[in-house]
Design a protein around this ligand. Sequence first.
Ligand code: SD4
Length: 346
Amino acid sequence: MNRRTLLKTLSLGGIGTLIFNSKSETNKKTIRPLVISTWHNQGVAANTAAWSILNNGGSALDAVELGVQQSENDINNCCVGLGANPDREGIVTLDASIMDHQGRCGAVAFVEGVKSPIALARRVMEKTPHVLLVGQGAQQFAREQGIEILHNELSDNAKKSYDNWLIKSEYQPVINIEQSNKPAQSTKITVPPAKLESEEFNHDTIGMVAIDSNGNLSGACTTSGMAFKMRGRVGDSPIIGAGLYVDNKVGAATSSGNGEEVIRTCGSFLVVEFMRQGYHPTDACKKAVQRLMEITPTNPKSVQIGFIAINKAGEHGGFSLNPGFDYTATSNEELHQKHVLKSMLK
Ligand code: SD4
């Protein structure tokens, strides 16, 4: 690289671009297609569906949509789709976002009765001039698109866990919280539980990012959000830059966990920006978790956040705040491989 090219590179993208370019120019072979998704328990089914598209030369966009739909369709999934846990009023409200290699994006939030929020998010992206539709407006758009709105009935699992939550979490006082003179001090009232009855962290969103054989990146993220959240609460998953971000020149990232923390840091965007600076996806995710820890007002032990990411060269990685987070990777080199994330806290 001569001096003029060097200066041009620095002025365009900063030193990180230089590092990234030099790495990808000289390093190992590029791996594509590739898909990764949060969690191994649901990631295998999701990646299998996504891989059926990617492995046949299909687009990353189609792959991530079909991939995360496996979780949306799973009535037993605690945290994605209409079978998932409800908000504290007992109503399931769903959030989803999708982004492609052209920087196009679409999202829906606080939507009820829609079986595949990710398909609706894709329609927002492709058929409207907007990025995010919420609540009844999102539902109305779904109807206009010929998507059936289903009756909001809790799945058996969700009903059971909601009934449990009502008892254990002393839900009743919340009803009249507006009339109380005292500020809501109990974390039980203002914050969804960090952990479920099963002692598992209260999350299971599916976030998926992929690169196809043409080298194009896309991502999708879909969730019912935090179980027993306040009505109207929206997390990071439908917020472009928070729960999902794709930059076709650099890489793509997504997250699962307590969305408030991710929104605060523009988490997925931050991961992509660190990759732009030349960091490996794992290190980029780690630096985003580090930033999150620096600014969170919450006790970091009580929340969980995990980021996963891929770069343009087909490298992938992730990092979480607390232990217990994993993801699934699928490519010609590894078949639905489980990767356990390293974490900041032990
Ligand atoms: C949210 N990030 O709404 C989501 C929660 C999650 O499985 O990961 N749920 O904050």
